[in-house]
Design a protein around this ligand. Structure first.
Ligand SMILES: Cc1cc2nc3c(=O)[nH]c(=O)nc-3n(C[C@H](O)[C@H](O)[C@H](O)COP(=O)(O)OP(=O)(O)OC[C@H]3O[C@@H](n4cnc5c(N)ncnc54)[C@H](O)[C@@H]3O)c2cc1C
Length: 471
C-alpha cells in the first residue's frame, strides 16, 4: 500500500487476508515482553531514507533512538496506523480499497491477461496485478512431536504468549528451538513463577548478542569487493573472511583483534560472556550486519543456484547466529534466568520424545531421561509458496509442486511462457530468490521494487492499469 496508494490509474486495491490488517504473528502481539531483534532504524515500512518508524514514534512522544529495540506491539500499531493513512490516500484519489477476510488458495491466468484469485470459501476476485505477500505463519512441527498434533500438552507455537503465561507456575516446559521464538517463549515462561524451562535444538546454540542493528552512512565493504567474490572458487571462504574482518576493523577502528572464537563451553556460558561484552559496548561486528544482509540479498541471486546453495548451507549456522542476533536486554534477562536455575539450554537434541500419562519423557543423546509437563514448539515456520504451472498456481508449500522462476524484479515467470506474469512475490516467499527474507526491511525493499513496477504506466499492453490484488 505504501508504494501504490495515491498513484493515478488504480481503480481498485483488494486485500485478501484472513485476519485484521497489521495483526500478524510477529507484530500483532500486545505483550510488552516481546521486543524486536532489529533496531528502529531498519524496522520500517519504507526501506530508504530516515526511518519512517522512528518518525512515527517520535511524533507520538516516544523517547526513542534509531538504535533502540522497541516492543513489537509498537511496530504493529505503526503498521496499522500507516495502513489506514495509505488506504485513505488511495481512496482520496478515487481508488476503491477493500479487504476480503479470506485465504487465497489459487491464482488462475485468464485469457484476457488478467488473473482470478480463488478464495478458501469458493468465491473469486479478479485483478490485473497480483502481489503475493503471504508470509510464514504456519509453525513447523518437528518430526518428534508431529504425531501429537492437537494434544493439549503440546503448544504448537509460543504465540499468543498468553497461553504460556497460563501454564502452571511450577510447570516443567521443554521448548523445541533455540532461536528468536524459543527465546520469546523462555522469557515469558521464566518471567514469573518457578517454571523450569529447557531449550533444545539440533544446533544447541543461542543467537549472538548485539546492542543495535542499523544502517551505516558509509558502506564498510565496497560493491566491487562483493562483486569480486566468486562462490565457485576454492579461495571463496578465505576471501570472504578477510573482507569481513577488514570491514569490521574499518567500522570500528578502535577494535584490536577480531575475536572469532570463545572458550565458553556451553550455550549459556557464551550467552553470559556475550551479554557482558555487549554491556561494555564490545560488539565490533554488529555495524556491518545490515550491510551484509542487503549485499547478500543483492548478490546471491546472481550466483549459480548450486554454488549459492553450497555457500548458504556452509554458512547457515553462522549467518543465523549473527544476522538474527538478540538485543542485549533479552540476553541479560535470559542470563539471569539461567543463573537462577529457571532456564537451561540442552547440549543436545532429544533422541526421542515420548508422551506419557503425566506429560512427556525425553530421551537425551547421553542416554539420560527427563520428564516434562508441556512441550512448546518454536522451531520456525513453513513458508507459503506459489506452486504450479502457467494457467494455475496454488498457494502451497515447498515440495507441493514445481515453483515458477522468480526474477530479479520479483515477477514470476513460467518456463513455458516467454514474458513474466504480472504476479510479484514479496516477503518470506521471495526466499526462493533472496537468502534473507525474514526481516521487515527485506519485505519493505520487495514492496518498493514491486510497487514501482505496478504504478509505472504500461506502454506495451492493451489492458488498462486497473485492479490490484494483494494477498
Ligand atoms: C516471532 C517473529 C518475530 C519477528 N521479529 C522481527 C523483528 O524484530 N524485526 C523484523 O524486522 N522482523 C521480524 N520478524 C519478521 C517479520 O515479521 C516479517 O519480515 C514481516 O512481518 C513480513 O511482512 P509480510 O507482510 O511479508 O508477512 P506477514 O507479516 O507474515 O503477513 C502475512 C499475511 O499473509 C496472510 N496470509 C497467509 N496465507 C495467506 C493466504 N493464503 N491468502 C491470503 N493471506 C494469507 C497472513 O494471515 C498474514 O496476514 C519476526 C517474525 C516472527 C515470526
Amino acid at each position: 500500500m505504501a508504494h501504490v496508494a495515491g498513484a493515478p490509474g488504480i481503480e481498485r486495491i483488494t486485500l485478501v487476508a484472513p485476519g485484521a490488517i497489521g495483526f500478524g504473528t510477529a507484530f500483532g502481539t500486545t505483550d510488552p515482553t516481546l521486543v524486536c531483534n532489529t533496531s528502529v532504524d531498519v524496522t520500517s515500512l519504507l526501506s530508504e531514507g530516515r526511518s519512517d518508524f522512528l518518525d512515527y514514534l517520535a511524533a507520538r512522544g516516544h523517547p526513542v533512538h534509531r538504535d533502540d529495540f522497541v516492543p513489537r506491539y509498537l511496530v504493529g500499531q505503526y503498521c496499522r496506523e500507516r495502513y489506514g493513512q495509505y488506504r485513505d490516500r488511495a481512496r482520496a484519489t478515487g481508488t476503491r480499497v477493500t479487504h476480503i477476510r479470506e485465504r487465497a488458495v489459487a491464482i488462475n491466468s485468464l485469457d484476457d491477461g488478467t488473473y482470478q484469485v480463488e478464495l478458501g470459501d469458493g468465491a473469486t476476485v479478479t485483478g490485473t496485478d497480483i502481489l503475493f505477500c503471504a508470509g510464514s505463519e504456519a509453525p513447523r512441527l518437528p518430526a518428534e512431536v508431529r504425531a501429537h498434533q492437537g494434544d493439549p500438552r503440546l503448544l504448537e507455537s509460543p504465540y499468543p504468549a498468553d497461553r504460556l503465561r497460563r501454564l502452571p507456575h511450577d510447570a516443567r516446559v521443554l521448548v523445541l528451538g533455540s532461536k528468536l521464538s524459543a527465546i520469546d517463549a523462555a522469557l515469558v515462561l521464566s518471567q514469573q513463577g518457578r517454571r523450569h524451562c529447557v531449550l533444545t535444538s539440533p544446533s544447541a546454540t543461542l543467537p549472538a548478542v548485539r546492542t543495535r542493528l542499523r544502517r551505516s552512512a558509509e558502506p564498510a565493504i565496497g560493491r566491487r569487493d562483493w562483486a569480486a567474490l566468486d562462490p565457485e572458487k576454492s579461495s571463496f571462504d578465505g576471501s570472504l573472511t578477510r573482507m569481513l574482518v577488514r570491514a569490521i576493523r574499518r567500522s570500528h577502528p578502535t577494535t584490536g583483534g577480531v575475536r572469532t572464537r570463545s572458550g565458553a563451553a556451553t550455550a549459556t556460558r557464551l550467552l553470559h560472556e556475550e551479554a557482558q561484552f555487549a554491556g561494555e559496548g564490545r560488539v565490533p561486528w554488529q555495524d556491518i550486519v545490515a550491510e551484509v544482509i542487503d549485499a547478500l540479498n543483492e548478490h546471491v541471486p546472481y550466483w549459480r543456484p548450486r554454488a549459492a546453495a553450497d555457500v548458504l548451507a556452509r554458512y547457515r549456522t553462522l549467518m543465523s547466529r549473527y544476522i538474527s542476533a538478540i538485543p542485549v536486554r533479552n540476553a541479560k534477562l535470559l542470563a539471569s534466568h539461567a543463573s537462577a536455575g529457571r532456564l537451561r539450554v540442552a547440549p543436545g537434541y532429544p533422541r526421542r520424545i515420548e508422551r506419557t500419562d503425566a506429560g512427556w519423557r525425553v530421551h537425551w543423546p547421553d542416554g539420560s531421561h527427563e520428564s516434562f509437563d508441556h512441550v512448546v514448539v518454536a522451531a520456525g515456520y513453513r513458508t507459503r509458496r506459489l506452486t504450479g504451472t502457467a494457467g494455475r498456481l496454488h498457494v502451497g508449500y515447498d515440495g507441493d509442486g514445481p515453483q515458477p522462476e522468480l526474477l530479479a524484479d520479483l515477477r514470476v515467470r513460467f518456463p513455458e511462457r516467454g514474458s513474466p506474469e504480472r504476479i510479484w512475490v514479496l516477503g518470506a516467499a521471495a526466499g526462493a530468490r533472496h537468502p534473507i527474507v525474514n526481516y521487515l526491511r527485506a519485505a519493505a525493499q520487495h514492496a518498493a521494487v514491486a510497487g514501482d513496477q505496478v504504478v509505472r504506466p504500461r506502454t506495451d499492453e492493451s489492458a488498462p492499469l486497473a485492479e490490484r490484488t494483494a494477498l
